[in-house]
Design a protein around this ligand. Structure first.
Ligand code: ZN
Length: 228
């Protein structure tokens, strides 16, 4: 059983967790500088990311991305921090955990742009679209980018009709489950097993088969790390 994205361990040794700060390193869009030239500078941010990745050769980059949950316009510093970190991930061939609340189209475009600029993109490099909740129109682009989509606790909400419809359309070999467990939501955060069971029901699949599938997907996603 794999929780593909969380910030805090649930402490269950039978669950493999991909934890930000242990398996992934990067500056979250909420913590990114807002204006250009603001602290931390993009150079500082880039060198600390390179240091963390050098010290953790099996780790990925994330969660990084863009965000329009807190304000409508994306601050230029946030965009610059995202693209600088994404470029390092592409250069080093590390798996990337992406955040794109209310601006997934822009995140997909940025990934395409940075990959297009890369001197030598690694063919196996993979991207995790975490907390993805946009309609299914972007799914083919995500698949083409060697992307995975992780389904979260929202799947347990019977009223989340669009989210459930999206979850049915994600190809099986691109599917992951996550809790996005954090300090703030730890108390009411459902177990990743509940998320898996909810997703199996929505997709009309067996829980054991879906567990095996999502475990294999997580394995493939993390194994996309290139040898240094
Ligand atoms: Zn997160």
């Amino acid at each position: 059983m794999t929780d593909a994205h969380c910030h805090l361990s649930c402490g269950d040794a039978t669950i493999r967790e991909l934890v930000v700060g242990r398996d992934f390193f990067g500056v979250h869009p909420w913590d990114a500088p807002r204006g250009l030239g603001e602290e931390p500078s993009i150079d500082d941010l880039a060198s600390s990311l390179r240091r963390a990745l050098a010290a953790n050769p099996a780790a990925g980059v994330g969660e990084i991305g863009l965000d329009r949950l807190r304000e409508r316009a994306i601050p230029p510093g946030m965009r610059e921090a995202f693209e600088a970190q994404l470029a390092i991930a592409v250069e080093l061939g590390r798996p990337v955990a992406l955040h794109g609340a209310k601006c997934w189209g822009q995140v997909v475009e940025a990934v395409k742009r940075v990959l297009g600029r890369a001197a030598a993109p690694r063919p196996g490099q993979a991207f995790l679209f975490h907390g993805f909740s946009r309609s299914d129109g972007l799914v083919p682009d995500i698949v083409r980018l060697n992307g995975y989509i992780s389904v979260g606790p929202a799947i347990l909400n019977g009223h989340a009709v669009n989210y459930r419809a999206l979850a049915r359309k994600i190809p099986g070999d691109r599917l992951l489950v996550e809790t996005d467990r954090t300090e703030g939501n730890a108390a009411e955060c459902p177990s990743v097993r509940d998320v898996l069971a909810g997703l199996a029901e929505v997709r009309g699949e067996g829980v054991a088969a879906l567990e095996a599938q999502t475990d294999a997907n997580a394995e493939r996603f993390m194994a996309s790390v290139s040898a240094p």
